[in-house]
Design a protein around this ligand. Structure first.
Ligand SMILES: NC(=O)c1ccc[n+]([C@@H]2O[C@H](COP(=O)([O-])OP(=O)(O)OC[C@H]3O[C@@H](n4cnc5c(N)ncnc54)[C@H](OP(=O)(O)O)[C@@H]3O)[C@@H](O)[C@H]2O)c1
Length: 236
């Protein structure tokens, strides 16, 4: 397999789906994963209809077993994973006082622990190959204060710190770790009322996908470490 193999988590909708489309159009083999199988199957059908290669696997990033078996299946099929895009994520727009322990566990398990599991799973192979790229989709909430966002921000700030540490540890193996910090993007992450109200202020998922692809396509000697992307008129 000559083409680079790119694993995108949370690829059933929104930013992940557009990243999958952008990477596929650019000629890469994409492995799209998420929990909703029917959506993944549609994405792969469209890619294959266009004559390109893709595969879909159901993967819940909150489950260690699911993450391990997904990585194994991608490697069984294509022999390698060149790039992991840690995109799967959820939010909980609640005040800190209204946030329940359940909300904390749910957001942390998917955003922070899920990224931890996925990075751990691909890194062994990347170190063996002495190359690889991990792209973490964070948020401006990792370094900006917003109301009703404490747990989401904590999960993304945790990812930022973890990702920066991992980058330091693995750059000696020629492995790149990139952080993408988007502001508001019009996806299902926002409720219908907010999307309707701010749709002209928000970025499109394709905008983020285009920038992620550019970060991936830099020369071997170049590592894009962090990118902050905001709507031109600022935060909503
Ligand atoms: N939209 C924004 O304004 C914005 C801004 C900054 C950063 N982000 C980040 O961008 C990423 C993508 O979000 P989005 O805006 O595209 O929202 P979205 O359309 O709701 O997409 C979220 C994706 O994550 C997947 N997912 C959720 N829980 C999962 C789990 N346990 N295991 C595997 N996949 C899971 C969902 O698929 P299934 O439900 O099928 O599993 C879906 O594909 C997130 O990390 C988010 O924090 C979004």
């Amino acid at each position: 397999m000559n083409n680079k193999v790119v694993w995108i988590t949370g690829a059933s909708t929104g930013i992940g789906k557009e990243i999958a489309n952008a990477f596929s159009k650019a000629g890469y083999v994409v492995a799209v994963t998420a929990r909703r199988k029917s959506r993944l199957v549609n994405i792969v059908s469209e890619i294959k209809f266009a004559g390109r290669e893709a595969v879909a696997f159901v993967c819940n990033v909150a489950s260690e077993r699911s993450v391990h078996s997904t990585a194994k299946r991608i490697i069984e099929k294509y022999g390698k994973i060149d790039c992991l895009i840690n995109n799967a994520g959820v939010t909980s727009f609640k005040s800190f006082l209204d946030t329940k322990v359940y909300d904390y566990d749910y957001v942390m398990d998917i955003n922070l622990r899920g990224s931890f599991l996925c990075m751990k799973t691909v890194l062994k192979g990347m170190i063996k190959n002495r190359k690889g790229h991990i792209i973490n989709i964070l948020s401006v909430a990792a370094n900006t204060v917003y109301d009703n966002s404490s747990i989401y921000s904590a999960s993304k700030a945790g990812m930022l710190a973890m990702s920066n540490s991992v980058r330091n540890e693995v750059r000696k193996y020629n492995i790149k770790v990139t952080n993408i910090l988007p502001g508001a993007v019009e996806t299902a992450m926002w409720d219908a009322k907010t999307r309707q109200k701010y749709k002209n202020r928000m970025m499109a998922p394709e905008d983020i996908a285009h920038i992620v692809l550019q970060a991936f396509e830099q020369p071997k000697r170049v590592l894009v470490e962090d990118i902050i992307i905001r709507p031109v008129k600022g935060d909503i």
